[in-house]
Design a protein around this ligand. Structure first.
Ligand SMILES: Nc1ncnc2c1ncn2[C@@H]1O[C@H](COP(=O)(O)OP(=O)(O)OP(=O)(O)O)[C@@H](O)[C@H]1O
Ligand SMILES: C[C@H](O)[C@H](O)[C@@H](O)C(=O)CO
Ligand SMILES: [Mg+2]
Length: 489
């Protein structure tokens, strides 16, 4: 039997440990441990409970051992941009602040007064999001930052706590908007701008670098397997793209979870003016690729609605209720900043529809259909833009992540974008995490072979465009977005 591999995949809403091996030419994968994630107000900011996450990883490893598995490889991936400040003894100086915290709300404007956006984009090719690490460090407590011996991205911090070895993995480092595309290193001008020295970030490493064994100290108090940690594509979206079974050319990916990350895998970055004006990003991918993508608000909106309905419905039940409603009852610019972290998402959506003099969604089904149908419209619009910027038609869309379970949205997207949608695997992130480990151990030859293994192992569902009377709906939505944009300028 092949080696046993564990993927630690921690998203903004949930974390999981997935156990996998290859049998009869197929990936066998099972969820061994799942836990909630989320941020809470602490010491004046929205913060993650990073100790909880480390402890949940150990709890998951105990479950692996309890299954009689004594020896595993392990990779860690999480959401992007956030970091932990660590003192010279390796202790965290504070719980990490969430990227949704309001502290960076004016940081881009302030930082770019004497550093033009075009200059930063030409250097980094990274989108302007006020939560990028660059703006978080710009907004950081200066005394705390000066005390930091290391700045560790979230997955690198978890790897450090497990192994005592500190690195900075490049796919996640690229989301800081501080990596220089040409040099492949942290950009000295940008570090200086935020009072950070180059040695505060540990050495940059590529996905597939062996980090080392889980320290003996963890074995003293916990019955866990012998575990070798491999640094995978530690940005969860980078792992999701590795695990996306895209085939041939002209395919796009949509990593559909808390965020919807829609884009294409490139071999060279695209940081020209069209990409800059459309705020597309060139996050680094595994094996020398670039993830040319757009951040779309995503199912964060659904997560907030579910929570605000006191979790009385499962996501599957909410999707079923949505299916009983008609789509496109109102237009919503899902990327409007007001939806990034509102006090109450239901109220925010209803206020938006009232202010734009549209039908107000009231019931859970109407609210969810408003989210699903406007996300689908936004996806179709971005697929059109992606093809224009890359000057090549997007011929199919692979949707992965939890959102790939929403048949209604997969179908709407296929019909609106007029291309086939291949849905699944929903756990593409964990699968991509494991595939990088398998490529590192030589069990799988390369990225193409890895994606073939996914296609051979997972149930994928293809949606074809339906002949629906939606004529002109996408064009009306595009006009709505343009009109709204001109109003806000
Ligand atoms: N069976 C389902 N029916 C409808 N929606 C679902 C279903 N399963 C998952 N989802 C949607 O998928 C989302 C979670 O996706 P996913 O598990 O990829 O996110 P995550 O990994 O927890 O977070 P992140 O996106 O930060 O990585 C949920 O918020 C929900 O909206
Ligand atoms: C804040 C980032 O844009 C976010 O983490 C996104 O990249 C992601 O990884 C969502 O899972
Ligand atoms: Mg995820």
């Amino acid at each position: 039997m092949s080696k046993s591999y564990v993927a630690v995949d921690i998203g903004a809403s949930s974390g999981r440990l997935m156990l996998s091996h290859v049998e009869n030419g197929k990936m066998q994968i099972e969820e061994v441990h799942r836990f909630k994630n989320g941020f809470n107000q602490k010491a004046g900011n929205d913060r993650w409970d990073i100790d909880h996450l480390v402890n949940e990883v150990i709890a998951g490893l105990e479950k692996v051992k309890a299954k009689g598995i004594d020896d595993v490889q392990l990779g860690i991936d999480t959401w992007a941009v956030d970091y932990v400040l660590v003192d010279k003894d390796g202790n965290k100086l504070a719980d990490p602040i969430s990227y949704r915290d309001k502290r960076t709300s004016t940081a881009i404007q302030k930082l770019t007064t004497d550093l033009p956006r075009e200059y930063i984009y030409e250097k980094t090719g990274i989108q302007f999001q006020d939560f990028n690490t660059l703006y978080q460090l710009y907004s950081e407590d200066k005394d705390l930052l000066a005390k930091a011996d290391k700045i560790l991205m979230i997955p690198d911090y978890i790897g450090y706590k497990l192994t005592n070895n500190a690195v900075t993995e490049v796919t996640n480092a690229s989301t800081t908007q501080m990596l220089n595309l040409r040099e492949g290193l942290f950009d000295k001008d940008l570090l200086k701008k935020v009072n950070v020295t180059t040695d505060q970030f540990p050495k940059l490493v590529d996905p597939g670098t062996v980090l080392g064994p889980v320290c003996e100290q963890w074995h003293k108090d916990h019955d866990i397997p012998q575990t070798e940690v491999i640094t995978v594509a530690t940005h969860d979206t980078a792992s999701a793209v590795v695990g996306t079974p895209g085939k041939g050319e002209h395919w796009a990916f949509l990593s559909s979870g808390t965020w919807s990350l829609l884009g294409a895998e490139l071999n060279t970055p695209e940081n020209g003016l069209d990409a800059f004006h459309e705020n597309y990003t060139n996050e680094w991918g595994a094996y020398g690729t670039y993830r040319f993508l757009k951040n779309i608000m995503g199912l964060w909106m659904a997560q907030c609605i579910k929570r605000e309905l006191n979790d009385q419905y499962s996501f599957a039940e909410l999707a079923e209720l949505a299916g009983q409603e008609q789509p496109f009852q109102q237009f919503i610019d899902v990327n409007d900043k007001r939806f990034e972290n509102p006090e109450n998402m239901i109220q925010e959506i209803q206020d938006y529809c009232r202010e734009t003099e549209q039908t107000i969604p009231e019931t859970p089904g109407q609210l969810m259909m408003a989210v699903y149908s406007n996300l689908s419209l936004f996806y179709a619009n971005e697929i059109e833009k992606l093809g224009q910027i890359l000057d090549e038609p997007i011929e199919k869309l692979n949707i992965v992540g939890g959102g790939s379970n929403v048949a209604l949205m997969n179908q709407l997207t296929s019909t609106l974008a007029k291309i086939p949608v291949i849905a699944g695997p929903s756990e593409a992130t964990a699968i991509g995490n494991i595939l990088v480990q398998m490529i590192t151990t030589g069990e799988v030859a390369n990225l193409a072979a890895a994606r073939q293994l996914v296609a051979d192992s997972c149930d994928l569902k293809t949606y074809q465009p339906e002949n629906k009377n939606y004529d002109g709906i996408l064009q009306r939505y595009q006009a709505f977005l343009k009109h709204k944009l001109t109003q806000t300028i």
